[in-house]
Write a protein that binds this ligand. Structure first.
Ligand SMILES: [Fe+2]
Length: 344
């Protein structure tokens, strides 16, 4: 094991000034900041956003700012470790709560980061991705993968609210984040792929030479199907019922960097997952309970969102039957070759 490392103050002033003038700095005083022993030291802190607290703020944004002046009318859920205004909820996950009012539309654009929408409330909203119209019903998970044209519309008569989850922080760090604007898309007049090509688990369109599947063959995961599957898992599986959202053609995670896992807890069920190297955000679809995250107690209810930093010590306890979607960056960490789970 190495000794206590030298500090900047130990070095002569003239040497420090010469280094600064030459545009260099000694590594050793800063080394532990970037390479701590045994585990990362996350800046991220657990956060909790109560939907009953956010909902009126978001609806007020609807009165104050027309969608034309906002492009996307969103309240950003900022990581408490980075402070309000931080465009991220964890190191890799951006979260925002978006409002679309009846008759409004959000203009078409495409951008390098990928997004997922989890519908929180309201009927009649839809997202169009690459010409495919994806209905948005509460609990649905809708993909708008990086590089794909997308716009949002609303045919209903009540506010529609959804949670946006993006890998935006990663793209900002890479200096690779940008958007291109376009015209509202013509919509193909047919149901989305979850109701056509991939309407049953384990079945995919027959493969023929020259007819490859789209890179993102299914972009809407209806909540009704997810809940049915979770209930079957809870009834007949062992331990916690958890299902990953996957690309039905490849079996891989739905997006490159972010992964999504639906969870069901029965009333009174306690779940103590291993310490994971990925960060997580939990969005409550239904139910209530409490979670302890690194000693911080979070009392959550329906439509709330809360986060956990990397290697967090987590204990969930459901008060009532509860459904959540966990957003995480395991896919990215697996691709980078360092995803890890440690025993508690
Ligand atoms: Fe977008």
């Amino acid at each position: 094991m190495s000794e206590q490392l030298g500090t900047l103050e130990e070095l002569p002033q003239d040497y420090r000034e010469q280094m600064a003038a030459a545009g260099v700095a000694p590594l050793w005083p800063m080394m532990r900041n970037v390479l701590p022993h045994d585990a990362p030291r996350p800046v991220t802190r657990a956060g909790h956003w109560s939907f009953p607290a956010l909902r009126p703020l978001l609806l007020r944004a609807g009165e104050l700012t027309p969608v034309e002046k906002a492009e996307r009318r969103v309240l950003v859920l900022s990581d408490p470790g980075r402070g309000t205004g931080a465009m991220q909820a964890t190191a890799t996950i951006y979260l925002g709560l978006q409002l679309l009012l009846p008759g409004e539309s959000a203009p078409a654009h495409r951008h390098t980061p990928s997004a997922v929408r989890i519908v929180v409330e309201g009927l009649g909203g839809y997202t169009v991705v690459d010409g495919e119209r994806l209905p948005m019903e509460p609990g649905d998970l809708v993909l708008t993968p990086g590089g794909e044209w997308h716009d949002h519309g609303h045919d209903g008569d009540e506010p529609v609210i959804w949670l946006d989850a993006l890998d935006l922080p990663l793209f900002v760090q890479l200096e690779g984040s940008y958007a291109i604007e376009g015209e509202l898309q013509a919509q193909r007049n047919r149901p989305d792929a979850s109701q056509v090509e991939y309407s049953a688990a384990g079945l995919a369109p027959s493969r023929r030479p020259g007819r490859g599947a789209r890179r993102y063959p299914m972009m809407r995961y209806p909540w009704a199907a997810t809940e049915t599957a979770l209930r079957q898992m809870a009834a007949y599986g062992e331990g916690i019922a958890e299902l990953d959202y996957i690309n039905p053609e490849t079996g891989e995670d739905v997006l490159t960097a972010l992964g999504f896992t639906a969870m069901m807890l029965t009333a009174g069920q306690v779940e103590t997952p291993p310490l994971r190297s990925c960060s997580s955000a939990f969005h409550v679809i239904a139910g209530s309970g409490r979670s302890e995250i690194d000693g911080q107690v979070i009392e959550w209810g329906p439509k709330d969102t809360f986060t956990a930093p990397v290697f967090a010590r987590i204990r969930h306890e459901a008060e009532s039957e509860a459904f959540m979607v966990r957003i995480h960056d395991r896919p990215l960490q697996e691709k980078l070759g360092y995803y890890e789970e440690r025993a508690r």
